[in-house]
Design a protein around this ligand. Structure first.
Ligand SMILES: Nc1ncnc2c1ncn2[C@@H]1O[C@H](COP(=O)(O)OP(=O)(O)OP(=O)(O)O)[C@@H](O)[C@H]1O
Ligand SMILES: [Mg+2]
Length: 495
C-alpha cells in the first residue's frame, strides 16, 4: 500500500527530526525542508498531501508559504506550528483553509492524532467526491437532459449534456428560474405544477435566443432521504433528429399512397387529356385562319386559350403523378433526343407563354449526345421548369423583359479518374427568383408557396426523382427578384 506523504518545514532541526521520526514510525512517508522556498520546490516534486510548517522561518514566513502552496495545490492540507503571540496570523491562515495549528512547544502525540484525523477526513472527502463524480458521469453518459429544480422553480442542478446543448455556462443557470430555459408560460407551468410524472413536448431556449430545441421531458417529484419534497427532476431528450425522421417517414408514406392511387387515375386521364389539348390547339388555328365574324372569333380563341391552359396544367399534374408512381422503373427505355423533348415540353406551354409575353430562347447543341431512359419522365422535368417560370413571372410587378432559356451542350466529367461523357442542360428564367429558405426546401415533396389549386408541391420533387432515376444530377442557383438557374447533367449514350 502506498504511504501518505507529509512534508515538514522548520528551520529548527531538532523539532523537524523528532517529528519526522515519530511520523515515519506511525507509517507515513516524510520529507523535510529548512525553509519555505525549499518547501515549495518539494511541494511540486514530492507532492505531499499534508504540510506541517513552522510560522517563523528565514526567507519566507509560514503564512506566505501557505498562501503560495494553496495557490499551487489547492487540495493540500496544512498544519501550522506557531510561537507565542501569533494568534492574528493564525486566524488569517485559518481563513485560507488551515487544517490545524499547534503552539510550540507542543505535545507530539497530539500532533500525530491531528495528522491521523487529517488523513481520515481526506479519505472521506475523496470517497464523497468519487461518488459525486460517479453519479455525475452516469448522468452525463446517459446523453439525456437532466435538470433539477427546487420548489420555487429555480434550477438547482443541470448536467453538462444539457449545458453543452443549450450553450449556457452552469453558473449562468444555477439559481435561475426554469423560465429562462422554458420561456413558454404554459409549458413552464405544466412542468412546475405537475402533480405526478408527466411527459411533455416543449421548446427549450438556447443561449442568445434564436433557435429553440424541441424536447420531450419526463417530470417527476424530487424527494430527499427524509421524504421531503425538494422540487422536481426533469429528464428529457432532444428530439430534433426524431422529428426529422418522423417527417421523412410521413412524407414517404404519403408519397407511396399517392403513387399507388396516382398510377390508376393518371393513366386513365392521360389519353382523353391529350385529345382535349390537341383539338383545342387545332380549333384555335382554324379560327385564327378564318375571317368569319372577327369579334366572336376572338372570344372563342380566348376561351380556347383558357381550355388549353387548364388542360396543360392537368397534363403536368398527370405527368408528375405518373412519374411518381413509376418511381425509377423504366419498363420501356428509349434513346432520348433531349433537344426534341425540350421543344415538345415547350409546345404545351406555348400558349400561356405567348399570353404572358414571355420570350423563350433555345440554345441547343446540334451535336448533342443522346441520353437513355423514359421520354415521358424527361419531358415532365422540362414541363415543370417551364410551368414554375410561368407562375414566377406572375409574381413580378416591374416591366422587365421576361425571358427563359434552354442551353444544351456536351461535357466530359471526371468520375473517380474515369472520363464520363454527359449532357449539360441549363435552364434559366429572370422571374421572381427564390429566397434562400425556399431553395433549401425546393425539392421537398409537397413543398409549395402557391395557394391551394395553384400548386401541389410535387413538381420539383418529381423532377429530382426523374433526374436521379436517370443517374443524373441537378443543382440550382437563385436570387430573390433575379430569377433562377438550373444545371442538369444526364449521362450520355456515346456509341
Ligand atoms: N422558377 C421559379 N421561380 C421562383 N420560384 C420557384 C421556381 N420554381 C419553383 N419555385 C418555388 O418552388 C416551389 C416548389 O415548386 P414545385 O414545382 O415543386 O411545386 P409548385 O410549383 O408549387 O406546385 P406544382 O408543381 O404542383 O404546380 C414553388 O411553390 C415556388 O415557390
Ligand atoms: Mg411546379
Amino acid at each position: 500500500m502506498t504511504k501518505n506523504k507529509i512534508l515538514i518545514i522548520d528551520d529548527e532541526e531538532d523539532i523537524r527530526l523528532t517529528l519526522e521520526e515519530l511520523l515515519v514510525r506511525t507509517g507515513y512517508q516524510i520529507q523535510g525542508a529548512g525553509d519555505g522556498i525549499e518547501g515549495l520546490k518539494l511541494l511540486e516534486t514530492f507532492k505531499p498531501e499534508l504540510v506541517i510548517t513552522d510560522l517563523k522561518m528565514p526567507n519566507m514566513s509560514g503564512s506566505e508559504f501557505i498562501s503560495k502552496a494553496k495557490n499551487l495545490v489547492p487540495s493540500v492540507d496544512v498544519i501550522l506550528m506557531t510561537g507565542y503571540g501569533d494568534k492574528e496570523i493564525v486566524i488569517e491562515c485559518l481563513r485560507q483553509g488551515l487544517f490545524d495549528y499547534f503552539d510550540k512547544p507542543f505535545n507530539y502525540q497530539k500532533m500525530v492524532l491531528s495528522v491521523k484525523k487529517c488523513f481520515e477526513l481526506r479519505k472521506i472527502k475523496k470517497e464523497l467526491s468519487d461518488e459525486k463524480n460517479f453519479t455525475e458521469n452516469i448522468l452525463n453518459n446517459l446523453h439525456e437532459i437532466v435538470i433539477a429544480i427546487d420548489n420555487q422553480g429555480k434550477i438547482s442542478y443541470i448536467n453538462s449534456v444539457t449545458i453543452n446543448l443549450l450553450g449556457f455556462k452552469a453558473e449562468e443557470l444555477i439559481g435561475q428560474s426554469l423560465l429562462l430555459l422554458i420561456p413558454d408560460y404554459d409549458s413552464f407551468n405544466a412542468v412546475a405544477e405537475s402533480k405526478e410524472s408527466i411527459e411533455q413536448d416543449l421548446l427549450c431556449a438556447v443561449k442568445g435566443g434564436g433557435e429553440k430545441i424541441p424536447m420531450t421531458l419526463i417530470v417527476a417529484d424530487f424527494i430527499d432521504n427524509a421524504g421531503l419534497k425538494k422540487g422536481k427532476v426533469l429528464v428529457g431528450r432532444d428530439v430534433r433528429e426524431l422529428r426529422k425522421l418522423q417527417l421523412l417517414t410521413y412524407q414517404t408514406e404519403k408519397l407511396a399512397s399517392v403513387g399507388t392511387l396516382a398510377a390508376g387515375i393518371a393513366h386513365e386521364l392521360n389519353s382523353p387529356l391529350a385529345v382535349v389539348l390537341g383539338y383545342a390547339t387545332e380549333i384555335q388555328k382554324i379560327i385564327k385562319e378564318s375571317d368569319y365574324n372577327p369579334q366572336k372569333n376572338e372570344d372563342v380563341i380566348s376561351y380556347l386559350g383558357m381550355i388549353h391552359k387548364s388542360a396543360t396544367r392537368m397534363k403536368v399534374i398527370v405527368s408528375n403523378l405518373l412519374t411518381l408512381s413509376r418511381k425509377s422503373e423504366h419498363t420501356d427505355p428509349h434513346e432520348l433526343n433531349i433537344n426534341e423533348l425540350i421543344k415538345e415540353a415547350f409546345a404545351f406551354h406555348k400558349t400561356s407563354f405567348e399570353e404572358k409575353n414571355i420570350d423563350v430562347g433555345f440554345f441547343l447543341s446540334e451535336s448533342l449526345y443522346k441520353s437513355w431512359g423514359d421520354p415521358d419522365q424527361i419531358q415532365t422535368i422540362f414541363m415543370n421548369l417551364l410551368g414554375n417560370s410561368a407562375d414566377a413571372f406572375g409574381e413580378i410587378t416591374d416591366e422587365r423583359e421576361k425571358r427563359v432559356s434552354f442551353t444544351t451542350s456536351n461535357e466530359v466529367l471526371m468520375e473517380e479518374g474515369v472520363a464520363k461523357p454527359v449532357l449539360k442542360i441549363i435552364y434559366e428564367d429572370n422571374a421572381c427568383g427564390m429566397s434562400e429558405s425556399t431553395v433549401k426546401k425546393l425539392f421537398d415533396p409537397f413543398f409549395t408557396t402557391k395557394s391551394v389549386g395553384k400548386g401541389t408541391g410535387l413538381g420539383m420533387s418529381v423532377t429530382l426523382a426523374a433526374i436521379k432515376a436517370h443517374k443524373g444530377t441537378v443543382s440550382v442557383e437563385s436570387e430573390l427578384g433575379k430569377g433562377v438557374k438550373f444545371t442538369i447533367h444526364l449521362p450520355a449514350v456515346t456509341e
